[in-house]
Ligand binder design. Sequence first.
Ligand code: ATP
Length: 326
Amino acid sequence: MRVGLFGGTFDPPHLGHLAVCRAARDQLGLDHLEVVPCGHPPHRSAPQADDHHRLTMLRLTLEGEAKLAVSSREIEREGPSFTIHTLGELADAYPGAALFLVLGGDSYDDLPSWHRHEQIEALAHLAVIARPGAEGLAALREGDRSRVSRPDQPLPETGRAVIPVEMEPCPYSASEIRRQLARGLSPEGLVPAVLDYIHRHALYVPERSSSGMNPSPPDLLSVIQQTLATRKAENVVTLDLRGRCSFADHFVICHGSSERQVKSLAEEVQHAVRKQLGRKARAEGFQRAEWILLDFGDVIVHIFSESARDFFRLESLWQDAPRLDA
Ligand code: ATP
């Protein structure tokens, strides 16, 4: 038997999620794909819509789909929604089944920062779906190259495979959909019953400030700089690379006093930017935490250990770039 787990915030669920479920179910020949909204996400801010709304919207999105089942197990479980616990529950519920963890490319990129990710990868095969904007399998981690397998190949006798699942690129993202709803637009990418549900329950409408005006969102650079300052990052330098660099407008560079602080600075920045702006970074370097890079597209944050910062001397490479004070 083949059992899949597809977790997410589903805030709200959209056609990208539906396409992922269909592609994974059909290409991997899954007998059961459990789609699990997280209750208390450890990696990001709390969802905007209440749990019962997300569950209902997910059921509406997946209605009539064979072998897909929406599960409230993470919502009902106490404590943070760690994937390793959910996989463990599935392993107990389906003894002897081959387990597959279905991930969009951005989640695959983030996986090394997940709680007990080595155990996750020991328990389940990874089914990775390319997502526009995420590197996913284009940037396979070193150790993963040898375990890549096609969906139609037999599963390895020992160890777990990393299986790319093909899907027509689907540009929808929940945060963009929320942004549009907050501006009073009718976004594309939702099944009609979900759009209708959102309107009926007035979900994702912005809260009004006391003056009746919507507060303007803080900008990315200040969220990053403030988070690093509050968390006591050392020697934070912001370089203005506009007109000098083709792949980013700004670098924010800093260091932490230990690998532990480097990791926690990176997690805090990811968390603050997701919470305040709904944006995610492509992250690299979490495994060794000597140099973690968070790529937000226009802004790249480099968080070093002190020795790595001295070694790479990134600021000297860009010494002509103006520095911006935080
Ligand atoms: P947000 O934009 O707020 O980050 P999201 O659209 O990524 O939300 P999640 O609930 O966080 O939605 O995603 C759950 C899973 O679905 C993740 O593994 C994510 O990579 C994957 N996913 C979401 N949208 C797509 C898409 N358009 N194409 C491929 N995978 C997707």
